[in-house]
Structures are given as structure tokens and as C-alpha cells.
Design a protein around this ligand. Structure first.
Ligand code: B12
Ligand code: SF4
Length: 583
């Protein structure tokens, strides 16, 4: 039995809102797979007694989006153990300033700190030298980890235990195989801090496409590396044993996971033969409906929501960012295929491609509302994320980019647009949310749900969150949670700590205002839902978006016509004459 303890404290940092408070909630909505992965890898080290038979490796995991990090207690626990370290896990660029603020406090108490995740990996993969924030981290004595952790953790722990952690671990040139990789599993008490008790796993990594705004291909590569069906089954069984059966599969593009079919077949068997109540949220590309059986099997395996990287409906924008695989004339077919399978569709839409203007973006959103049967639409600013080709090119050309990494959350303007001022771009972003989530369009989406056999209640709930997150809470739905917390003393380094006499009344009013706004939104959408559900002709509802696409002889309003002159001929695209102006 072990005699000494080596304590590891894993923290997935959040980031700051525009007032400098940490974005955190009583319950978050999306689990952290980075935390689950690193937890799984270290659990394996603990089981294999990587530091020798007399050392117990003990691991604690915290997601700052749903947990307040108590640095003093964590420091005491590591010191009491005698050895250990703090790992800041899965740190994205927008989380790096917060990660540094947390790390600074641990370093002041001489605790070993290491930071890994996409910011470190993306910068090291794409930039000729370390950017200032990574240098600052090094100056604070923080170790940096680039690349993936599979197969590397035991050596790392031995270095830390020996007091010889290196300043940088760089494994970017050797992507580990994922077959037989450690399983990403979090203990139940961590999972239950996520609303709906969702957990996550990556069934694979890597994507074959080449979108210039994407960081993933430059960090995880373009080759599909995947888990075996046996391992996915083991992940599901281990979670089910602790009462968790809802999964966010974080593959950026599960449709391009070369092992998707055996994995789905296994999940189908677990559901249909053994009665597992599996629910899946998958991320896919816009051509997934072309893969024989993909959608049908995903639905049978428990997929009830799917995230689709639609990004834009203007082929010129898509081509400019090398998103050649998105064929707009197939969008409706693809979305209808998911609808027929009873799956809620959730699409991402990027605003601010070089040819976009506020007018064209408004026009395009109206086209989507009219012609594409999307349930949930969410908007992002086109952002040169560190690790992407876009960021690398702007950096090489010396184009100014905002130096504050906290803003690289796809909710802020980070570099100039060729046609719009920053303010016009921000206005278009606000307008996009308002324009899509009008009461009239919420009603249309719910009517489409009834006509397609989807649960209008589930879609109304999702639309409430997506409609309210930005407009009420001021955060993107991907960062949303239930009941916002703002801790007076957890404010961005350099921002003043407000006097309690001022802070608490302000916070109480702020809380009340937000609660009333939510109440009003929920009641409004409930009324729409009631009206839609009460319509006896609901099942017969039909509109342009639900009509099967027939390019031959389709009415000129069909949006493919609007962009006909922008569709490259080499694309296998339909030959259409441009429609009369649709703007
Ligand atoms: C799932 C996911 C989400 C989820 C959950 C995020 C979460 N809380 O974990 C949701 C949907 C909420 C989300 C939101 C956002 N995301 Co996101 N997300 C992903 C995605 C698809 C998978 C993450 C993942 O689990 N990867 C697999 C894990 C295992 O990889 P990993 O984190 O790199 O960890 C490995 C190594 O880095 C290493 N490691 C990591 N940490 C540490 C620490 C130590 C000490 C060590 C030794 C090793 C180590 O070991 C791990 C195992 O190999 C990635 C893309 C991707 N393929 O990774 C984007 C990605 C991370 N997201 C990104 C972004 C920008 C965002 C958002 C800001 C914007 C947005 N609106 O989408 C928000 C931020 C909200 C938030 N609070 O997180 C970017 C980050 C780019 C960057 N330069 O920062 C990515 C890369 C996608 C992209 N667009 O390029 N995201
Ligand atoms: S399809 Fe998605 S994951 Fe693949 S390169 Fe494009 S943005 Fe990245």
C-alpha cells in the first residue's frame, strides 16, 4: 500500500466577462472533455503506480465554469501531501489570461504549475516564436505542455516528483494513437455539476478538411485517429455504472471519424439489446447526409441533437476560408434528413467574412429563416484564433490583432474587417441574434418541429437558452449555465476589487434584473409553444424550408439562385442562372 501522497489538482479555467468577473455558474451546460481526458490519463498513472509502489497519486478535478476555485485550500492540500502540482487543463486562448491569474497565486506559494491545451499547442504549432503571454508564463516558472497527453503523463509526473519539470514539453510532432488510449472519465460528483448530467468523450481526433479559421487541424492533425468500439463501449458502461448516460461526443467532425460505423453499431446494440438510455450530441459536417446510413444509425444510437458547422451560406465566403466542402445547394437536403430522423439541428454561423456587410448578413439570415429548416442557429465573429492559418498569416504580415487573449472567444472583434468598422460589425452580431430569435421565427421553428415529429417542447427550451444567453446574460450560449455567480474577489488581475458596500447591492439588483428578464422570456416562449401545440392542423404545416428541394424548376426565391454566380463551376454544383436580386 502507498505511504506518500502525490496530489494533483486539475483545473479547467473559465474566462472573464467584460467587467472582469469570472464567467461561472451554479450549473454549467456543457462538460469539459479536456478535463475528462486528462483525468483519465492520470487515473491510469495512479492505477499503474507510476511514481512507485509507495506513492499514492490522488487526483482532484474542478471545472471553473461550475465551481469556485479556492486557491488557498488547494495550496494547503498540496503542501500537506508533501508533493504534487496544479494542472491547468484544456486552456483555450480566451482562457489563458484567467489561467495565468490562477497560476500566479499558486506560484506565489511556490506550487508547481503546468498549463496545457489549445492556446499553448496552437501558438507553438504555428508561430515562429513564443508570444508574450507564453513568455510571461515561463517567467513565472510555469511549465507549458504542447501536444496530446496520451502516453506522456508518467514521465511528466516523474519529472515533477524529482523537482525537474522542464519549461516546455513539446509533443506536437508525434500524435498518439487513440486505439487503446486511456478512457476520458470523470467521477460522478464532477459530472453532476453539469445541468442534465451530461458528460463527454472524444471518439476520435483530426479532421481531413482545411478551413483557414480552424486551429484543430494544426494541433490534432488531419488524419482521423479514433477509439475502438470496445473502448467507446467501456466509456459508456463506466459512466452508466455511475448513472450517467448522456454524452457530448466532442469529435469536431464525427462523420469523418473513420470508425464511426462500428462505434454507432455498438451503441445501437447497447441501446436496443441491453436497454441503455444513451443520448448523444454529435458534431458533423454539411456533407454527412451523403454517407450511407450515417444519419439513420446516429439516430438509432441515441443522437437527439446534432451540431453542424454550416458557417455561412455565401459560397464566396466559404471559398475564401477554404471551407470547400460546404455545398450550399445541399444544405436543405441535409437538414431535412436530420429532421426525418427526429434529430434537433443546431448550426454555427460565422459573421464577418471579408465580403460580408451588415446588409448582406441581414439578408442571409432572412434567407436561412425562410428556406432552411434549422432549429437552433448560433453566431460567431470570424476570429483569427491562435493556432489557425488565419492567425499565422495576419501575424506574418504584421496586421494588428487585439493583444488581449480574453477576447478570443468568438464574441469580440479581434482584428479589423475590410468593409466594416468594428462598431458596425458588433452591431451586425447583435442584430443577428435579434433577427433570428424573433417571436415569429420561434413560432415557425416550433411549427416545423410539430410537422416533422420532433418535440416542440425540447426545441422551445433550447431556443429560450440560445435567445436569452447573449441578450440577457451577455455571454454566448456555449458559455452559458444556470444561475450566474460573480465573486467579488475573483476579478481580473489589475481590475479593482469593489467595496462590499457597493458590490453587494449592485449584484443583488443585477441578479434581480436578469431573473426578471428570463422569466419574461420563458413565459413568452411558453405562450408560443402552447399556441403551436394547440393547432389541430399542426402536423400538416408546410413551408419553403420543409418542401423537398427540387432544383429543376424550383422557384427563383430558392437561395441557391441568389448565390448562383458565386458557386464555383468545379464544385459539382447545379447549373442555375442567378436569380433576380433578393436583397
Ligand atoms: C468540446 C469543445 C468545446 C465545448 C466544451 C469546452 C470545454 N469546457 O471543455 C464547448 C462547446 C462548450 C466549447 C466552447 C468553446 N470553445 Co471549444 N472546443 C471543443 C473541442 C471541439 C473539443 C475539446 C476537447 O475536448 N478536445 C480533446 C481534448 C482531449 O484535447 P485537449 O483539450 O487539447 O487536451 C489534450 C492535450 O491538450 C493535453 N492537455 C490539455 N490540458 C493539459 C494540461 C496538462 C497539465 C497536460 C500535461 C496536458 C494537457 O492532454 C489532453 C489529452 O491529450 C475543441 C476542438 C478540439 N478538437 O480539441 C474546441 C476548441 C478547444 N474550442 C475553441 C473555442 C474558441 C471555444 C469557444 C471560445 C468559442 C466557441 N464559442 O466555440 C467556447 C468557449 C467556452 C468555454 N467556456 O469553454 C477552440 C480553441 C482555440 C484556441 N486557440 O483557443 C477550439 C480548439 C476549436 C476551434 N474553434 O478551433 N468548446
Ligand atoms: S470542418 Fe471543422 S474541424 Fe474540420 S477543418 Fe473545418 S472547421 Fe476545422
Amino acid at each position: 500500500m502507498g505511504k506518500r501522497i502525490f496530489r494533483i489538482i486539475l483545473i479547467k479555467p473559465s474566462h472573464y466577462d467584460d467587467d472582469g468577473y469570472v464567467i461561472q455558474w451554479r450549473r454549467s451546460t456543457i462538460p469539459s472533455n479536456s478535463l475528462a481526458s486528462v483525468h483519465g490519463l492520470l487515473t491510469l498513472c495512479a492505477e499503474e503506480r507510476a511514481l512507485g509502489p509507495d506513492v499514492n497519486i490522488e487526483i482532484e478535478a474542478y471545472d471553473e465554469c461550475n465551481t469556485i476555485i479556492d486557491v488557498k485550500t488547494a495550496t494547503r492540500r498540496i503542501k500537506a501531501a508533501g508533493s504534487g502540482f496544479v494542472a491547468l487543463v484544456g486552456v483555450q486562448s480566451n482562457q489563458f489570461p484567467r489561467a495565468l491569474d490562477i497560476a500566479r497565486q499558486f506560484r506565489a506559494a511556490d506550487v508547481v504549475v503546468m498549463i496545457g491545451g489549445f492556446h499553448v499547442s496552437g501558438c507553438i504549432a504555428m508561430l515562429p516564436e513564443l508570444p508574450p503571454d507564453l513568455k510571461e508564463a515561463q517567467a513565472l516558472g510555469i511549465a507549458l505542455f504542447a501536444g496530446e497527453g496520451e502516453g506522456r503523463m508518467a514521465d511528466l509526473l516523474r519529472d515533477i516528483e524529482a523537482g525537474q519539470a522542464k519549461p516546455i514539453y513539446n509533443y506536437l510532432n508525434a500524435m498518439p494513437d487513440m486505439e487503446a488510449a486511456a478512457l476520458p472519465i470523470l467521477p460522478r460528483h464532477v459530472v453532476t455539476r453539469v445541468a442534465g448530467h451530461y458528460t463527454s468523450f472524444d471518439a476520435g481526433r483530426g479532421c481531413p478538411f482545411q478551413c483557414s479559421f480552424c486551429t484543430i487541424i494544426n494541433v490534432q492533425g488531419r488524419k482521423s485517429r479514433y477509439r475502438t468500439a470496445d473502448d467507446v463501449e467501456a466509456i459508456v458502461r463506466a459512466n452508466a455504472a455511475q448513472g450517467v448516460t448522456r454524452f457530448f461526443v466532442t469529435d469536431d467532425n464525427f462523420a469523418r471519424n473513420r470508425n464511426w460505423e462500428p462505434i454507432l453499431d455498438r451503441l445501437i446494440a447497447l441501446r436496443e439489446k441491453e436497454g441503455f438510455r444513451i443520448r448523444l450530441l454529435l458534431q458533423v459536417d454539411t456533407l454527412c447526409h451523403r454517407i450511407p446510413n450515417f444519419i439513420a444509425k446516429a439516430a438509432r444510437a441515441g443522437c437527439n441533437s446534432v451540431f453542424i458547422g454550416l458557417e455561412n451560406i455565401n459560397p464566396e465566403s466559404l471559398l475564401n476560408t477554404k471551407k470547400r466542402q460546404n455545398k450550399i445547394w445541399e444544405y436543405r437536403d441535409m437538414l431535412q434528413a436530420w429532421k426525418r430522423a427526429g434529430v434537433m439541428t443546431w448550426a454555427g454561423y460565422i459573421l464577418g467574412f471579408p465580403t460580408d456587410t451588415p446588409e448582406t448578413m441581414a439578408r442571409d439570415i432572412e434567407i436561412i429563416k425562410r428556406e432552411l429548416p434549422i432549429d437552433i442557429l448560433e453566431f460567431f465573429f470570424l476570429t483569427p484564433l491562435p493556432g489557425s492559418e488565419d492567425h499565422k498569416n495576419l501575424h506574418a504580415k504584421g496586421v494588428p490583432m487585439d493583444p488581449d487573449m480574453n477576447k478570443y472567444d468568438l464574441e469580440h472583434v479581434c482584428t479589423a474587417h475590410p468593409l466594416m468598422s468594428d462598431e458596425a460589425w458588433r452591431g451586425a452580431y447583435r442584430d443577428a441574434w435579434r433577427r433570428y430569435y424573433t417571436d415569429a421565427h420561434v413560432e415557425t421553428v416550433l411549427r416545423r418541429a410539430v410537422a416533422s415529429g420532433l418535440s416542440p417542447r425540447k426545441i422551445a427550451d433550447a431556443m429560450t437558452v440560445f435567445s436569452g444567453a447573449v441578450r440577457i446574460e451577455g455571454v454566448h450560449p456555449l458559455q452559458f449555465g444556470y444561475v450566474r455567480r460573480k465573486i467579488r474577489r475573483q476579478r481580473r488581475n489589475g481590475a479593482p476589487i469593489v467595496n462590499p458596500i457597493v458590490f453587494y447591492p449592485w449584484r443583488a439588483l443585477d441578479f434581480l434584473k436578469v431573473a426578471l428578464q428570463w422569466l419574461s422570456l420563458v413565459m413568452r416562449y411558453r405562450r408560443i409553444l402552447k399556441r403551436v401545440a394547440a393547432d389541430p392542423d399542426g402536423a400538416r404545416y408546410l413551408d419553403e424550408a420543409l418542401r423537398p428541394p427540387t432544383l429543376e424548376g424550383a422557384p427563383e426565391a430558392d437561395f441557391v439562385g441568389v448565390f448562383a454566380d458565386k458557386i464555383p463551376r468545379t464544385h459539382g454544383a447545379p447549373r442555375r442562372e442567378p436569380a433576380a436580386s433578393q436583397a
